[in-house]
Design a protein around this ligand. Structure first.
Ligand code: C2E
Ligand code: MG
Ligand code: MG
Length: 615
């Protein structure tokens, strides 16, 4: 261990700046904490007249835990303090002040550590607390194999380096915690709690992945719905119903190979996704196997019951050469209904390969296109309020279609349908134009309102040619103030070409528009894009609000996401606030804004005008 000497103060100063800027850059990378601290202690030995350096993290209860050392001797001294639970680093940590021992041989304070260290050739030690605001994290130890003090300039530099290490530790800890909760959140958001099977969201991700993976075979979706499941629940109670669902899940799970997906997407609805089926005949074989899974009765030990069940099965598939359709699940669902209608209680199959099947996609798409052209679509608006005082800060535009025969239709299905073709582009442009026009009317009657306007944007829209141009034209035509507009994107956009998406998002913000990440936590939750992309807001999905009621995980997750968002300079909107309890919880957790039935149901533009007048 050879001690280096600091050169001229100017050289040392510029080297220090170099180390600091190196550090600042690694802060935002996923570089492992250990590697960075190892590099730091190495650099310190080059910068200061010391022979070794170590960083020790000290947790609750003062017991030191080694982190990094510049060489094997420094490591030995760090370990020595760790083993003894005593030494300069413990004192620096406890007193929050530097501990200077220029002559360890003459020192009496560290009676256990001192003699061991001196025997190993260590003659002086200087220890600086690692602190960040109120938090104390541990200490930076500087070791020297000769007696004598550090000069003032070196002392200042040492404390500066300790402060940098502390800031880095805080950042890395926050990142690790956030990553762990996002991983937890990911699992919760993608699986069904009862059976542990993938849920609808994960199923949709697998379908999307299948669409992006070249395959030689067919992609097949089997939609399985138990017949008369409600009767089981009504006669034997929900616990027996739950046991039955778990038993069905187990039996169906035997039918899939690695790479296939079995999901439970709602009460008694299971979906099997096979990604690489060779022939149409194989599809029939799959359906027969599912049917045969119901031949034997289900034994439910808790209720001492044996139940014989039947199921209706719907099938949809996409060929290797045809474009894989996101609507496969919906089509298999329709096919399943057809099976129920035909049989009810029997194992029947309806198949979309039968072209006479009613209600197929092209027809519905034509209807939607006509509705758009003829002005039969509407927008409704839902309030967004500030958590602190419930003042209205904005509204979100939501699409509605009052279908002439089916009644009001949910936008989720409509958007999925429109996304199958360029219809989404026209539809999206209409939504934006209509919403901006309505916003203009609110401003006409209430010029002092600061109301922001949130509009949902589909991933397909965003990657269409000249999307930014179309937004700019709508803003111009409707005289909308771009800084009042928030475009809500979902994590789905990250399935698209990421370079292109990133350019589009930056161009949108250049127009003055803000971006929100919608339904956070249900998609491909990946932390790095939160840093990379020009987002202003995160909307935490309502699934997490709902889980406030029955598990504590909802609270933990919302807290973690909120902290993470705030660390990254983003604001948080929580969705699905239905009760005063939800409101109080998310307000306590520091969420900025909230949206949900507690404050308002989605309502017409005219009703918003009235509301503004009464405020
Ligand atoms: P989103 O953007 O997350 O919108 C919030 C959805 O949650 C709305 O459903 C809203 O009615 C519902 N909601 C609000 N508060 C509560 C609550 O307290 N409890 C419960 N259970 N639900 C609540 P909606 O209107 O059915 O919209 C569903 C989704 O359809 C939207 O989710 C959005 O992703 C999409 N969407 C709606 N309009 C458009 C549009 O114009 N363009 C695009 N691309 N997507 C749209
Ligand atoms: Mg939204
Ligand atoms: Mg949402």
């Amino acid at each position: 261990m050879t001690g280096s000497l600091s050169g001229s103060p100017a050289v040392a100063q510029s080297e220090l700046s170099l180390v600091l800027s190196e550090f600042a850059r690694t802060m935002l990378t996923d570089f492992p904490l250990q590697a960075i601290l190892d590099a730091l202690v190495q650099r310190i030995v080059g910068l200061l007249p010391v022979s070794g350096a170590g960083v020790t993290l000290i947790g609750e209860g003062d017991s030191p835990r080694y982190i990094a050392a510049s060489d094997s001797r420094a490591l030995r001294f760090e370990r020595l303090q760790t083993t003894l639970g005593h030494g300069p680093c413990v004192v620096a940590h406890r007193t929050n002040a530097a501990v200077l021992v220029p002559d360890l041989g003459a020192d009496e304070q560290f009676s256990a550590f001192g003699p061991h260290a001196v025997a190993a050739g260590l003659l002086a030690v200087f220890t600086f607390p690692l602190r960040h605001g109120e938090q104390r994290l541990g200490a930076l130890d500087l070791y020297r194999d000769k007696v004598g003090p550090l000069n003032d300039a070196d002392m200042v530099m040492a404390q500066t380096l300790a402060d940098v290490a502390a800031a880095y530790l805080i950042n890395a800890q926050a990142r690790e915690q956030a990553e762990a909760s996002v991983r937890r959140l990911h699992h919760l958001a993608l699986h069904d709690a009862l059976t542990g099977l993938p849920n609808r969201t994960l199923l949709q991700q697998r379908l999307a992945r299948a669409a992006h993976t070249p395959s030689r075979g067919l992609t097949v979706v089997l939609f399985v719905d138990l017949d008369a499941f409600k009767t089981v629940n009504d006669t034997h109670g929900h616990r027996v119903g739950d046991d039955l669902l778990v038993a069905v899940a187990r039996r169906l799970a035997r039918l899939i190979r690695p790479g296939d997906t079995l999901a439970r997407i709602a009460g008694d609805e299971f979906v099997l996704l096979y990604e690489d089926v060779s022939t149409n005949t194989d599809i029939d074989a799959l359906a027969v196997r599912v049917e045969s899974a119901f031949t034997a009765p289900f034994t439910l030990p808790r209720a001492e019951l044996e139940l014989t069940m039947t199921a209706s099965i719907g099938i949809a598939h996409a060929g290797a050469d045809s474009e894989l359709e996101d609507s496969l699940i919906e089509e298999a669902d329709l096919a399943m209904y057809e099976a129920k209608r035909l049989g009810g209680g029997a194992h029947r199959r309806a198949d979309l390969r039968d072209t006479s099947f009613p209600g197929t996609r092209p027809r519905r798409e034509r209807e939607l296109r006509t509705a758009l052209r003829e002005g039969a679509l509407q927008l409704v608006y839902q309030l967004i309020v500030a958590c602190a005082d419930r003042t209205i800060v904005g509204v979100e535009a939501l699409l509605r279609w009052d279908h002439p025969t089916h009644g009001p239709l949910s936008p989720t299905g409509l958007i999925e349908l429109a996304e199958q073709s360029t219809l989404i582009i026209d539809l999206g442009e209409w939504v934006l134009g209509q919403a901006c026009t309505d916003h203009g009317r609110w401003l006409d009657t209430h010029p002092d309102t600061r109301l922001s306007l949130s509009v949902n944007v589909s991933a397909r829209q965003l990657v269409a040619p000249d999307y930014v141009g179309s937004v700019a034209r709508v803003l111009h035509r409707t005289a909308m103030d771009p800084t009042r507009l928030i475009l809500e994107i979902t994590e789905n956009v990250f399935l698209e070409d990421s370079e292109h998406v990133s350019t589009v998002l930056h161009d949108l913000t250049a127009l003055g528009v803000r971006l929100a990440l919608d339904d956070f936590g249900t998609g491909f939750s990946c932390l790095s894009y939160l840093q990379r992309l020009p987002l202003s807001l995160i909307k935490i999905d309502q699934a997490f609000t709902t889980s406030i009621d029955d598990t504590s995980s909802g609270v933990v997750i919302i807290a973690a996401v909120t902290d993470l968002a705030h660390t990254l300079g983003l604001q948080v909107i929580v969705e699905g606030i239905e009760t005063a309890h939800h409101h109080n919880e998310v307000t306590t957790l520091g969420c900025d804004y909230a949206q949900g039935y507690l404050y308002s149901r989605p309502t017409t533009a005219a009703a918003i005008t009235t509301l503004l007048a009464t405020r």
